[in-house]
Design a protein around this ligand. Structure first.
Ligand code: GLP
Length: 243
């Protein structure tokens, strides 16, 4: 694991942006694995600014998002599809036919099987990740097997509370209790993984991911076995690291 410790969220976002842009510039038809949550918001803003200022093109880029809430339409303001359009896609020259976010409704078994096939046909060049305070990646909650592929998930109460704090106008009863997520095996197949963790709320998960033995109790620890992982961690999230 390559670990980059930075001062704060801004520096983490700048560093992550450099890495994302390097992939996009070196491979204009790259497949990007993208994430939601509050962590990548500034990174996406920097990518939009770069596109506007420097003309970096996404016209041949394909994107594949990690997850989606179960039961929300794409047009719902709290859906991850909506989040991606608002925070990134609407201001890039990406072809919306090349944008993929798992669907959180309809025939879920069929949707999961289609998404797995899509990922098998389009190997991901770089997978961006955040990390849940309980160590989840995507919506792979503690206990998810490392060989899991795209599947329907029951969200842990702590994840529902974390996500109500920043989204859903704080209304916990509005947060869906289930989601559809790429599995850990899908994430591990990406050629490169870039994870950003900021803030003291992530410190325990970050320590477990890096320093403790690999365990399904902390899904992000699976990344210890990936050959090309970069972790960008701010000082607060790195505060419990001992080595
Ligand atoms: C959600 C997402 C994850 C994300 C996590 C952390 O649960 N499904 O992909 O990494 O939240 O969110 P935040 O970046 O807001 O801390």
């Amino acid at each position: 694991m390559k670990i980059i410790i930075v001062k704060d969220y801004e520096e983490a976002s700048q560093k992550a942006c450099e890495i994302m842009l390097e992939v996009v510039k070196n491979k204009p038809n790259a497949n990007l694995g993208l994430a939601t949550g509050s962590t990548p918001v500034r990174l996406y803003e920097l990518m939009r600014e770069d596109h506007k200022k420097n003309g970096t093109s996404y016209k041949d880029i394909k994107s594949f998002n990690l997850d989606e809430y179960f039961g929300l339409e794409q047009s719902h303001p709290q859906s991850y599809h909506y989040f991606m359009c608002k925070n990134l896609f609407n201001e890039l020259d990406i072809n919306m036919n090349n944008v993929h976010v798992p669907k959180g409704n309809g025939n879920i078994d069929e949707e999961c099987a289609n998404y797995n096939q899509l990922l098998a046909d389009n190997p991901i060049d770089i997978q961006l990740l955040g990390i849940g305070s309980n160590g989840h990646i995507g919506f792979n909650e503690p206990g998810t097997p490392f060989d899991s592929v795209t599947h329907k998930v029951d969200l842990k109460q702590s994840t529902i509370e974390d996500n109500a704090r920043l989204f859903f106008n704080g209304k916990i009863e509005d947060v869906p209790t289930q989601a559809v997520s790429m599995g850990i095996a899908n994430i591990m197949q990406a050629k490169k993984v870039l994870l950003i963790a900021c803030g003291s709320g992530k410190a325990t998960a970050v320590k477990g991911m890096i320093e403790d033995p690999k365990t399904t109790d902390l899904p992000a620890s699976a990344l210890q076995d990936h050959s090309d992982v970069t972790l960008i961690i701010d000082e607060a999230a790195a505060s419990l690291l001992t080595k």
